[in-house]
Design a protein around this ligand. Structure first.
Ligand code: N01
Length: 538
């Protein structure tokens, strides 16, 4: 292979979702010749791909957008408190048009391989269509949940009805009228699908292995008054979200759940339950994610709500999580999730006590019972965080792909941005970045990267790369932070995608930073203020 002699682009960004758009805007603004590619036939990333029924944000409109563009802030009008997938996609298309981003975005362009060529200090990027381009900087904007997984159930390929994965939904939609429908998977995706399909299907079988702690909410139209308030206070709202542990514009709680009387606790739990969604987990008390006793009080409150809402006591009991802690994994927002189980056409099937054993031509077998189905929905999640980065070959200085490096050495990165051995490769929302409302770290990450590359240009630095010591230090901090939460509560570990537990055979490694979004931003700021000492291995 001959040494490349010139770079086609200063920066090649993979992915045209929130990350790709923000990075393109900021790098172009700083004068870098930046090109974005995406394998899909539209921009929007996650919001282009996820079109399942009921898809909408779990974050409220006011902090689920970029703050950097005055034009976008002034002109865009949000319709719903929790915008639908369609509305978020329209927002991203508006951003792309208003900031004139499309001219540097190439769709239907799938990156298969990217190789760092040390002699030229360039990345050589190969597309599926056979073309190869070069760039000084390679940036992943591929998202954290982009690699869907199907369960390994025997006979899955024999089913004669229709099957859909939540993250591969047909763009024209699916008509469930008069159909017998089943769903496997009740994470944030399944929780949103259930109420919609419950209203449409003739019979709906919800196959539940593990119940979730769902915090219900209402969803109102955004008023002109609220839009005016948002526009007048945009920076303050964004800043509040940036300081918050979960990246939401909410007031962090001030008291432990154990420091108030039972009556006061009930009053606070009820108040925040009524505000809905993330307000409950984030605004009640300081220790619902860190103290097992506090977490259990919140868990019991939610179980009480489930028993109040769901009329059949047996169904209510099955829906109550008991074996893991509240906040032990991502808490989804519900839109009449529990009430759906009061419908006569909706049937909850416990697949914990009697597991799913097979898919047949006709349907799904649970224990000795075959459920005949016309449609089977899989909302079975993703090979999260690492999956997208290891699905293509990203080949570093020593000829190893990221997949090979991580399987040999374990998961490591520096602040989720850079990896030793992969010079001039950067990640937006890389492995071990904060578990939070993601638009906020995406914007701040794009701006941080812009300043890093400007700094490198001004200081004549042409190779930016983490050190092994820095990668190991961040791995230790990530582990420390996770182990300080109820994710790892003795005997009640939730498992899930945070630690790779949802993929059979994937090593258990903490792949999100649980130390808080604000704390993470402090780490990034200190690195920058010190002149990026841990990013200068070369
Ligand atoms: O996936 P998940 P998701 N047999 O991994 C079940 C984000 N998100 O797509 O718990 C039976 O959470 C599995 O069961 P169990 C959000 O960050 C955000 O729902 O392992 N069941 C579980 O119920 C979220 O955390 C939004 O027992 C099987 C489900 O599949 C992340 O995406 C909306 C099974 C997987 O849940 C992922 O959410 C949607 C098997 N063999 C997603 N295999 C919003 O913000 C898996 N399951 C709105």
């Amino acid at each position: 292979m001959s040494t490349p002699t010139h770079s086609d682009y200063d920066a090649l960004v993979i992915g045209a979702g929130f990350s790709g758009l923000a990075i393109l805007h900021h790098l172009r603004e700083a004068g870098f010749n930046t090109h974005v590619v995406d394998g899909a036939d539209g921009i929007g990333g996650t919001w282009w791909i996820n079109r399942y029924p009921g898809v909408r944000t779990d974050s409220e409109y006011s902090y689920y957008s970029f703050s950097f563009s005055k034009e976008v802030r002034e002109e865009w009008v949000w319709k719903e408190r929790y915008p639908s997938g369609e509305e978020v996609l329209a927002y991203l298309e508006f951003v792309a048009d208003r900031l004139d981003l499309r001219r540097d975005i190439e769709l239907n362009t799938f990156v298969e391989r990217a190789v760092y060529r040390e002699e030229a200090n360039l990345w050589e990027i190969s597309y599926r269509d056979g073309r190869t381009v070069t760039a000084r900087y390679l940036v992943s904007g591929m998202g954290v949940l982009s690699q869907p997984v199907l369960p390994a159930i025997p006979g899955i390929e024999t089913f004669r009805g229709a099957t859909y994965h939540a993250a591969r939904w047909p763009r024209e939609g699916v008509d469930f009228t008069g159909k017998r429908v089943g769903i496997i998977g009740l994470g944030a995706s399944g929780i949103q699908i259930v109420p919609v399909v419950g209203r449409e299907a003739k019979d709906f079988f919800v196959f539940q292995r593990t119940p979730n702690y769902v915090v219900e909410t209402t969803n109102e139209a955004v008023t002109d008054e609220q839009m005016r308030y948002l526009r007048e206070n945009y920076d303050a709202i964004f800043e509040k979200a940036a300081r918050h542990p979960f990246g939401v514009a909410m007031e962090p709680a001030t008291h432990s759940a154990l420091d108030v009387s039972p009556e006061e606790r009930e009053r606070i739990f009820n108040g925040k339950w009524n505000e809905g969604g993330f307000h409950f987990a984030n605004e009640c008390f300081t220790d619902l994610a860190t103290d097992p006793e506090a977490s259990e009080l919140a868990a019991e409150f939610i179980r009480g709500k489930i028993r109040e809402i769901v009329r059949d006591p047996g169904t209510a009991e099955l829906l109550c999580p008991k074996n893991y802690s509240f906040n032990g994994k991502r808490v989804p927002t519900g839109h009449d999730y529990y009430a759906t189980f009061n419908r006569e056409n909706v049937h909850l099937v416990d697949t914990k006590s009697s597991p799913i054993t097979a898919v047949t031509e006709r349907g799904l077998v649970v224990g000795d019972t075959e459920y005949e189905l016309d449609v089977l929905i899989f909302a079975t999640g993703f090979d999260a965080m690492t999956g997208t980065l290891t699905a293509i070959d990203i080949v570093g200085r020593d000829g190893r792909t990221l997949a090979e490096k991580w399987s040999e050495e374990g998961l490591r990165s520096n602040l989720g941005i850079s990896i030793s051995g992969y010079p001039n490769f950067f990640m937006s929302l890389g492995v071990q970045t904060p578990y939070s409302n993601l638009v906020v770290p995406i914007q701040l990450g794009a701006q941080w990267l812009q300043r890093l590359l400007v700094w490198a240009r001004e200081h004549g630095v042409d190779r930016i790369e983490s050190t092994p010591e820095a990668d190991e230090a961040w791995r230790r901090e990530t582990e420390r932070a996770a182990k300080a939460t109820v994710m790892y509560e003795e005997g009640k570990k939730a498992g899930a995608w945070f630690i790779g537990d949802n993929i059979p055979g994937k090593p258990e490694e903490i792949n999100v930073y649980m130390g808080g979004h604000g704390v993470y931003q402090d780490f990034c700021r200190r690195e920058e203020e010190a002149g990026y000492p841990t990013f200068l291995a070369a």
